[in-house]
Design a protein around this ligand. Structure first.
Ligand SMILES: Nc1nc2c(ncn2[C@@H]2O[C@H](COP(=O)(O)OP(=O)(O)OP(=O)(O)O)[C@@H](O)[C@H]2O)c(=O)[nH]1
Length: 388
């Protein structure tokens, strides 16, 4: 029973590969530089187009001129997908595996075409590197992919493909040439033909879905952080604060409290004026690191702009908040021996015990305390006190 015409299927496959290759090549520029591997995925598809062209020349040119090349290009195409995914996940690219798989397939193809012609043996031989490469793709997704819908879709496609490659290899040995020759009619042959034709384009869609998911996370992170120091910005801090207050409300314990430190560098304008803006930037980066080193994992550090940092201390009362503020103050003083210009900070401390209080009100109270620290001579810590 012939379900599919091999030539038409192969032609459609080549066209899909070519289009997807162009799509990925164009898309690669719209992704941030830290997202790597997309260019390799595009190259992988382009190589597979050439592989299909070689397969299509079968009959026009002698088998020995086209089949080894077509198969090796198919292996290289799949190998480049592996390299692309390795780079995408930040894993060292396995060039040796790609080279080894290509050499292995070339040797087998030439041997089973020229020396001991055997179609079934060729299919089995080719199934080995293809199963290895697709199995590596699957391993990479399982090991490094985030458990998201896009990853499940991508992983399932790769798993189906890997199983198909392995099954075809086994069937070549157990059932012989008639069962695995795609030029012959048959259900399995047609299924294999359709699946391998769709595979490169479908896998690329899966890869693009995973890449988009990564892009979404990167943009989300960027929109929540301060580009200079890498700590949270006002937006990110607002989200972290809202999460903390919601947690506080859930606990329904009146004794629970959180604290806020408003840390403002003293006479920072002088540092800029004397050493230049770039040096001022370096001081801000180093101050952010210093404050961060004085905090617990659960504490939240942010820079809203300028030379003011805000610290959120969950589950913290006034006494502990003052201890943290003191630690920050000491760290800044001690750092004056380093290569960067030294600076001190004034710190305002406010504590929140009511989960219904708004962030702006808490910030206002911390700022009032900060203002007093500035007024009273700077390089000081003041706590918010209700007006008498
Ligand atoms: N290098 C650098 N400087 C910044 C940045 N943002 C704000 N500034 C500078 O920080 C300085 C803040 O100056 P002021 O508000 O007068 O405060 P100050 O000099 O620290 O004085 P007090 O806060 O009163 O102790 C200004 O010179 C701003 O240009 C930044 O991202 N990088």
């Amino acid at each position: 029973m012939r379900l599919l015409d091999p030539f038409s299927v192969v032609l459609m496959a080549a066209l899909m590969c070519a289009v997807m290759s162009l799509v990925l090549f164009g898309a690669r520029r719209s992704f941030p530089a830290e997202m790597r591997g997309i260019g390799y995925w595009s190259a992988a598809l382009a190589v597979q187009v050439f592989s299909v062209i070689c397969f299509a020349l079968r009959g026009t040119l002698p088998d020995i001129a086209v089949l080894p090349l077509a198969n090796v290009l198919f292996v290289i195409g799949n190998g480049l997908s592996v390299i692309g995914l390795q780079r995408f996940y930040g894993v060292d690219p396995g060039w040796k595996m790609l080279g080894g798989a290509a050499a292995f397939s070339l040797a087998g193809m030439v041997y089973y075409l020229q020396v001991a012609p055997d179609y079934a043996a060729r299919v089995f031989w080719m199934a080995l590197p293809m199963t290895l490469l697709n199995g590596t793709l699957l391993y990479l997704v399982l090991r490094h992919g985030r458990r998201k819908l896009a990853t499940w879709f991508f992983g399932t496609l790769i798993a189906v493909n890997t199983v198909l490659m392995a099954v075809r290899g086994v069937m070549a040995i157990t059932h012989g040439e008639a069962m695995v020759d795609v030029a012959r009619p048959g259900l399995f042959q047609s299924f294999y033909l359709a699946a391998t034709a769709l595979q490169p384009a479908l896998l690329s869609v899966g890869f693009l879905m995973v890449a988009n998911e990564r892009l979404r996370r990167i943009l989300e992170r960027r929109s929540a952080s301060d580009p200079l120091t890498g700590v949270l910005n006002r937006r990110g801090f607002g989200d972290a604060y809202a999460r903390e207050v919601a947690r506080m409300a859930r606990m329904r314990q009146r004794s629970r409290s959180l604290a806020l430190l408003s840390v403002d560098l003293d006479f920072f304008k002088k540092i800029n004026d004397r050493f230049g803006h770039a040096e001022g930037d370096r001081v801000l980066v180093s101050v952010a690191q210093m404050i961060g080193s004085a905090l617990r994992e659960s504490d939240v550090l942010a820079r809203f702009g300028g030379e003011e940092f805000i610290v959120l201390l969950p589950d913290t009362d006034l006494k502990r908040a003052l201890a943290v503020a003191l630690r920050v103050q000491r760290l800044l003083r001690d750092a004056s021996a380093g290569d960067l210009p030294s600076c001190t900070a004034s710190i305002g401390v406010a504590v929140q015990t009511d989960a219904d209080e708004e962030l702006d009100a808490l910030l206002c109270r911390a700022d009032e305390a900060l203002y007093r620290a500035k007024e009273n001579g700077r390089d000081r810590i003041e706590t918010w006190r209700a007006a008498a």
